[in-house]
Design a protein around this ligand. Sequence first.
Ligand SMILES: [Zn+2]
Length: 374
Amino acid sequence: MQIINGKVFDIKEGFVSRDVYTDGMYIAEKSGDDVVIDASDCYVIPGLVDVHFHGCVGEDFSDATPEGLQKIADYELSEGVTYICPAGMTLPEDQLTAICRNTAAHRKNNSGGAEVVGAHLEGPFLSMAKKGAQNGAFIHEPDANMLRRLQDAAEGSVRLVTLAAEEPNAIEFIKAAVDMGITVSLGHTTAGYDVASAAYAAGASHATHLYNGMPSLHHREPAVIGAAFDAGARAELICDGIHIHGSVVRLTFAMFGAERMVLISDSLRAAGMPDGIYPFGGQEIEVHGNRATIAGHPETLAGSVTSLMGCMRKAVEFGIPLADAVRASSLNPAEAIGIADRAGTLDVGKEASILLLNKKDLSLRTVIFKGQVQ
Ligand SMILES: [Zn+2]
């Protein structure tokens, strides 16, 4: 396939005029066939990677059903999110085990939709004081043995775990997780700067939805935000336009640099669905427009109803340069879950997961996934 006349995302140059070639499922130096796609008036960007969302189109990853996960994967691909690492919630270990088994089984079936790269365990190793919309009844102290059992159930596909660094055994847990090939992210935490810095020194490298579920950035107590900055960690931002003010999106990109920002949707099962009441991790959420809150607690935000594609567009609307917003939705999350050798840019040799966006409004014109036009 040859994609011509587009403005093509380049990690060093931003957007350049060049052609992109694919051969089979990979980006190549030359086209493997005679197919030509005209990308006039389009940006050509890598497929997006969402490492933190819970569900969409009425389905939740935590339900652990094969049909539900398939619907999630199909919907995400239709939105241009080609690689996903959905997040579980704070739940009892047997339910987390079911989530992990379902992930492993889905990966083996290879039944279409976005690639489910693995699972993000957002809980149960969180702080009660910063549980947000998570169910406090199932919060558990950091437990490396439990994590190992879950990683076994997932057949090695747990890619990310969120941790409250102030809880007992956190340092030992971090070292064990890193040994299991799992990226450790600090979040849903009350940790101060010193505790968080020690966690980053022990191997944590990511921050879960920066600002949400952690102490605010205070000039004398910078807590996790300051520690993540100083440690060179990557930071997630929920860029749905509700969770974070546009000014804070801009200043966080400026502080951390676009190479460390990871845009996430944190979307719930209500994404792609009408307003209403929906079940969520043993609780209920209420959705009005693009705002989702715990039912009866309109002040407690409970994730978003926007896909990562919508969040990337919102970042651009907030003034983030398109190339930076693309990087923060593709390469950076790909690095966070260990797939940057095959995803996240349009470099020769990577999987041909390519999106064409209309220049005028960034709407999605074409999704190519592993060399196949969808
Ligand atoms: Zn959360």
